[in-house]
Design a protein around this ligand. Structure first.
Ligand code: ZN
Ligand code: ZN
Ligand code: FE
Length: 768
């Protein structure tokens, strides 16, 4: 006989880990107990030493599907004579690192019950178990148990209670468990709020409306979706019109991988990602011909596709048939945040939807669908939200003190750090929207409570006008917190380092649209050298003005004008397409340097070239022109050569002179070269710039690791080719894997920087 005390940490709470341990120990006839505790799970087992070895072995090799064991250690303990194995109630101390799991797609066992006519949960749209169902989106306080979720108003029936209390049942301690007798119910209402139908009839009515080409608002896990038949051009164009959305692509939901294959190319990695428990929207390459209306993603070679992830989705798609393709886009008007409260949704979506399919389980945390793509077989995040947040990310350096990092302004996320763990929030949207900002504030408070982190240090972006910056400064003043301001691109570099668990110094190619520079200019085409503690700007794209400031982001022709003028080419090329008066006003801004901040942005260079090539002069959503340029270049294939550029060695660092590039592109236009070839040459030139500058930096610094970060690396073509080229040149290249390269990943970088600095610096230092 022997007794062992085992400590395990990782994602092991709320994923059915304790019932699994109970089952395993009982099967091996071991006595003892298991309980949640500070930072993980503690197990004590006693019995035959061989069986104890087998127990440990199976624990590590066959944990429940959603559990992730980060660390396991054990030591011998005095024998207690336990005959049976039991699950002890959770400890609720004030130091515990609590792990709240993300929302998880319906598991296979629940799915089987959903379509089994003999099961008591047959056709019940809210069934779930310890392995699946809502988590983050229903929580409103810690610790995580039913009374603090939106399941509180639904007392369990006797049958559900029995399952909940039976350690051998897969619903043991499944907080949101429910059945038709005791759980939430479906209702359909019309846009005026009048009751249409309940239960399965509500579902039938909605399906019938969708089949007729009508629009439905459907209450989901983290918010409302607007849905319509994606195969009906009329329905889709009506949705665009009512939602006031011009060209931004809609995502679709299909019933199966096979149905996805009827629309798009799906390779093995993409199929894995599509059917993973997180069920993100995956960007897939469209087939030449498919049933989907062009208006779903106009002019776009990609389509965002997802599989059903709640029982309600499964029922809907099942009733619509195996070939169904449903637009499932955020329930909002144009750029507002997704609606998630019933009254608000009713009000905002009344003029859009023809029917509302709703239910009486409240959504506490608004959480958008996640968006990913696969580049070269590697899963690459675009938006990390539902299904991923708030799963913790391991930090490469420990936080000396609890830290809150507030991120940026657009695609905002925040992050809480303690010890070696970062909890990155779901996608909070664009903080220039007041409602999104309010939710951002509230969710910070919620996360701090859920994860029991009381920050002592707060990290923010250097940009004085970001709503997140103002929040952080206000809060720091009120609570006497230490403030660390982090340069935007330094945060991008650190984010990609932390994402890959790197320490030390690296070369950071950080290309994005806009970030506040240490010199007060708008940075965005930066080659940084450094690590978490410090960085230097080794090289950057040549500064040009942005005539009209932020308007130059929405109107790429302004950037074309700035680059053409910088290359002494005047505005001749744009005169055909841009109103004379606008050109003159913008020209005057350039001449006088009025309302024309300087930028080294790579994103704006993409915009300029897109406009010069005649691809797009104005955009209806951020990054649209650059994306079209990418698609054109991808289609062009082959080796089309590159444009020239020069590198000037200046005191502040190397400056990449883009004028030769612009002149050559303008020459191409004069010769009648196609936009696709120009796009292709421009991409190759950017790869060449990256390779050449990295080589120079490596010669001076002896660094051979390169991180690629910033929103420009959402560009799959550039990412793929830059990485391949750098690797061929002997570099080790790191891309984002867990958090997006865009500003959605900033908070992680800020956190890692503070962790590394707070470690080494005295508390008194003011570092803003
Ligand atoms: Zn389940
Ligand atoms: Zn029940
Ligand atoms: Fe950025």
């Amino acid at each position: 006989m022997e007794r062992r005390a085992i400590a395990i940490s990782g994602t092991i709470q709320g994923v059915g880990f304790r019932p699994f341990v109970h089952g395993l120990a009982s099967r091996l006839e071991l006595g003892g107990c298991v309980r949640n505790h500070t930072g993980g799970v503690a197990i004590e087992v006693e019995g035959d030493p061989h069986r104890l070895d087998e127990f440990l072995n199976l624990l590590v090799t066959h944990p429940p599907p959603l559990a992730r064991i980060d660390e396991l250690s054990w030591k011998s303990a005095p024998i207690c004579g336990d005959a049976a194995f039991r699950i002890e109630p959770s400890e609720c101390d004030n130091h515990g690192t609590v792990v709240i799991p993300p929302d998880i797609a319906t598991c296979d066992q629940c799915l089987a019950e959903l379509f089994d006519p003999t099961d008591r949960r047959f056709g019940y749209p809210f069934l779930n178990c310890t392995k699946c169902g809502p988590r983050l989106t229903i929580i409103n306080a810690a610790p995580y148990d039913r009374s603090r979720t939106s399941m509180a108003p639904f007392p369990m029936c006797a049958a559900c209670r029995n399952e909940y209390e039976d350690p051998g049942n897969r619903r043991f301690h499944a907080q949101p468990t429910a059945c038709p007798a005791c759980g939430p119910r479906l209702t359909a209402v019309d846009p005026g709020g009048d009751h249409v139908a309940s239960g399965s009839e509500a579902l039938d009515r909605t399906v019938a409306m969708l089949v007729m080409g009508k629009l439905a608002a459907i209450k989901g896990l983290g918010g409302y979706h607007l849905a319509c038949d994606a195969r009906s051009p009329l329905a889709v164009s009506q949705l665009r019109q009512r939602k006031n959305r011009d060209e931004k692509p809609f995502a679709v939901m299909v019933p199966s991988i096979d149905a996805a294959r009827a629309l798009c190319d799906v390779n093995d990695s993409e199929a894995t990602l599509l059917s993973s428990p997180a069920r993100p929207i995956v960007l897939l390459r469209k087939l030449g011909r498919s049933a989907v209306a062009e208006a779903v993603a106009p002019g776009n070679p990609f389509l965002g596709v997802m599989l059903p992830y709640t029982p309600l989705h499964h029922l809907l798609l099942h009733d619509l048939g195996p070939d169904a393709v449903l637009v499932m886009t955020s329930g909002n008007r144009s750029d507002e945040p997704i609606a998630y409260k019933d009254d608000d949704a009713r009000e905002r979506l009344a003029k859009i939807a023809d029917i509302f399919l709703i239910h009486d389980r409240a959504i506490h945390v608004r959480c958008d669908d996640s968006v990913w793509r696969v580049i070269d077989g590697q899963e690459s995040p675009i938006r990390r939200s539902r299904g991923y947040a708030p799963r913790p990310i391991a930090l490469p350096v420990a936080c000396g003190e609890p830290v809150l990092a507030v991120g940026g302004q657009l695609k905002a996320t925040f992050a809480l750090g303690r010890d070696r763990q970062a909890v990155l929030s779901h996608h909070a949207g664009d903080l220039d929207n007041y409602e999104a900002y309010r939710a951002f504030e509230r969710d910070i408070t919620l996360y701090e409570q859920l994860f029991r982190v009381t920050p002592k240090v707060i990290a923010l972006d250097l940009h004085p006008d970001y709503a997140s910056t103002r929040y952080a400064l206000r809060r720091a003043a009120a609570e006497g917190l230490e403030v660390v301001a982090v340069q935007h691109h330094h945060a991008h570099l650190a984010s990609c380092m932390a994402d890959n668990g790197l320490v030390g110094d690296v070369i950071g190619v950080t290309f994005d649209g806009t970030g506040y520079g240490s010199d007060g200019n708008v940075w965005g085409g930066e080659f940084l050298v450094g690590g978490y503690e410090q960085f230097r700007r080794a090289a950057h794209l040549r500064y040009v003005a942005m005539p009209g400031g932020d308007r130059a982001i929405r109107e790429p022709w302004r950037m074309a004008l700035a680059h053409l003028a910088d290359a002494d080419l005047g505005d001749r090329l744009l005169r055909q397409r841009v109103a004379h008066a606008s050109l003159r006003t913008a020209g005057r801004m350039l001449d006088r340097g009025f309302n024309a901040p300087l930028t080294s942005s790579a994103g704006r260079l993409f915009d300029a070239v897109a406009s010069i090539a005649g691809v797009r002069d104005c955009v209806s959503y951020e990054g649209q022109a650059a994306m079209q340029l990418e698609w054109l270049a991808t289609g062009a294939g082959g080796d089309a050569g590159t444009y020239p550029f020069e590198v000037a060695h200046e005191q502040i660092g190397d400056v990449i002179d883009t004028r030769p590039l612009i002149r050559a592109a303008a020459d191409d236009i004069a010769r009648g070269t196609s936009a696709a070839i120009i796009a292709r040459r421009f991409h190759s030139t950017m790869v060449e710039i990256i390779a050449s500058v990295c080589k120079t930096i490596a010669r001076d610094s002896a660094l051979d690791r390169v991180v690629l970060s910033g929103g420009v690396f959402m560009n799959a073509l550039l990412t793929r080719e830059a990485a391949a080229r750098l690797e061929a040149d002997g570099f080790r290249v790191y891309r984002h894997r867990l958090v997006p390269p865009n500003d959605g990943g900033l908070s992680l970088g800020q956190l890692a920087i503070v962790a590394a600095q707070v470690h080494r610096m005295p508390r008194e230092g003011v570092r803003i």
